[in-house]
Design a protein around this ligand. Structure first.
Ligand code: ZN
Length: 343
């Protein structure tokens, strides 16, 4: 294969996948709003040839190939019978252990040395050793202020202005049962539950952070119109949640900061949990040993995507502080963005 052959293969796959992923994205949005199950990846993504795509002669072509290969990996992982069965396990510590066991088993079948290598390939961060123990108490919440909170449109406007994109480029649906952001060739859509309090406003800000970043990538070729990794994408969303604190009245900003720090400690605990389960191999007692009592709400993220916790913890650790217009500039590089330059 010549470099030209590599480029042709990437372009052919992008042309084939774009309509399939657009249809998938529309189905995801409908599922998020309607509460139905998330649709499976298009079957075409599981083609072995897609997973092997590479174009090492040029950084932008390499990034396009890498994105497509990563999507192929995600689709193949979801379709693995052991993973499929583990996802049907209950939302309990035992069910989570079943998912972690399946991930360890499937890693070798997919050609990875271990579950940590698979998680890094999927999400851009591998389970690492636990960080420093939390020092701040979870229980002493600041008093709840009486001042009104801003609505999500004001938050979207402020985030978009700072990012350097048009607010109207980020469609928002505030009737979601679940929250997620979807980028298709038709545009960017953030879905989140109705905003009724600071917790739901924080969820909206997180998705709108994904949204302004995705809007900055819109119009790029399919494989380039994606963050270089889930870690970087979540780091931009985490920036948006920190930026929200600057948009709130002082009393609310204090509450938001307390909530955010509690969230950061929770994500560090989840990363320690996954390190124990996936790297140290102590699957069965991982939750009890690292987190304590079972907390279903805290477990939600790792139940749906076992192995993802390191990406969220690393996103917090990066603590991105983009200047005005910088997210638009990152977006223009798309998947070719050198994440090493962000820290
Ligand atoms: Zn996110």
């Amino acid at each position: 294969m010549t470099a030209f052959d590599d480029e042709l293969a990437v372009e052919a796959w992008e042309a084939r996948l774009a309509p399939l992923l657009d249809a998938h994205g529309a189905a995801v949005i409908a599922a998020l709003r309607g509460g139905g199950p998330r649709p499976p990846w298009p079957a075409a993504l599981r083609a072995p040839a897609l997973a092997r795509l590479a174009a090492p002669h040029d950084p932008r072509w390499a990034a396009r190939a890498r994105t497509l290969a990563r999507w192929a990996l995600a689709a193949r992982l979801d379709a693995e019978p052991a993973m499929f069965a583990a996802h049907a396990a209950p939302a309990t510590a035992a069910g989570l252990a079943a998912r972690h066991r399946a991930l360890r088993e499937v890693a070798a079948r997919l050609g990875y040395a271990d579950a940590a290598a698979l998680a890094r390939a999927l999400y851009g961060a591998a389970p690492g050793a636990a960080g420093a123990a939390p020092t701040e108490d979870d229980r002493d919440a600041p008093p709840t202020p009486t001042a009104p909170l801003p609505g999500w449109p004001a938050v979207r406007a402020a985030l978009a202005a700072h990012a350097g994109v048009e607010p109207a480029a980020v469609a928002a649906f505030d009737d979601g049962r679940h929250a997620a952001t979807v980028l298709t060739t038709a545009g960017v859509a953030c879905v989140f539950p109705p905003v009724v309090d600071l917790a739901s406003l924080t969820v909206a800000a997180h998705e709108l952070g994904h949204g302004v970043y995705a809007a900055a990538m819109r119009g790029l070729p399919l494989g380039l119109a994606a963050a270089p990794s889930r870690t970087v994408d979540e780091a931009v969303a985490a920036w948006a949640v920190r930026a929200l604190e600057g948009l709130l009245p002082a009393g609310w900003a204090a509450v938001a900061r307390w909530r955010r720090r509690r969230g950061e400690r929770a994500r560090a605990a989840l990363a320690a949990l996954e390190h124990r389960a996936l790297v140290a191999g102590a699957v069965d007692d991982a939750w009890a040993a690292t987190v304590g009592a079972w907390r279903p709400a805290l477990a939600a993220a790792v139940l749906a995507e076992p192995g993802v916790a390191a990406a969220y913890a690393e996103a917090d650790r990066l603590a991105l502080a983009p200047g005005p217009g910088q997210i638009a500039a990152w977006g223009r590089a798309g998947a070719a963005l050198d994440a090493a330059g962000l820290a």
